[in-house]
Design a protein around this ligand. Sequence first.
Ligand code: PGA
Length: 252
Amino acid sequence: MAQYIVGNWKMNGTKAEAEALAFTLAAKAKDVSGPLPHVVLCPSYPYLVPVLKILEGSTLESGAQDCSPEANGAFTGDVSVSQLSNIGCTYVIVGHSERRHHHLEPNALIRQKAEAVIRGKLKPIICIGETEEEYRAGKCFSVLSEKLEACLPSSCVHSDILIAYEPVWAIGTGLTPSLEEVEKVMSFLKERLRTHIPEGDLVPTLYGGSVNAANARLFLTLPYVDGLLVGGASLRADDFWHIIMATERQEP
Ligand code: PGA
């Protein structure tokens, strides 16, 4: 399965910085002769258009960090999937823990967003993860199972979606679960996906949370890890490029 490296730039940087980052990555990608993983850059809304312009003719793609579940109309401040599709976006992150926390987004809304993304022929990257409290209480698997079931779009096929496992306590903290824990969770998610979706184990499952240039390869070589969702390290061209190069395409 092709691997995915997704950069979530969050609410960072200026237009010039976003353009410079996209430009550097696109230039590096052009110099690669072999296949690259799917690389998806997710800048803030105002920088999507300039970043997409720079990515024209490149294999790098772009995604939004969120979307509205609504098609159009009086929804001040929101952005629809058709608007994202219209400018050339191909992915949308939904259910990121920062949206769940700061905007109190419930699973039902995240599911509606994911369904809207699929209707618009884009791909949702659906994020799920346990909090530190849930992790400590040994509830990781039950929480993930519940969130997955509640967020999965109805009647989707395996090629419609991506799932990102992001432990909330690992995001931006420098902490990560052990490799063994990640492998167990990812294997569990594949098994749960199989019960919900025909050939559900073919849904790409990404790990996210304090991924950096030094640990990326360790996660990427684990079974059931089909890619990475990267926050902080995706803002540094050299680090993010290192992470892209850590995918299996580099295997001897
Ligand atoms: P981080 O963020 O890599 O900075 O931990 C990951 C994310 O929020 O997607």
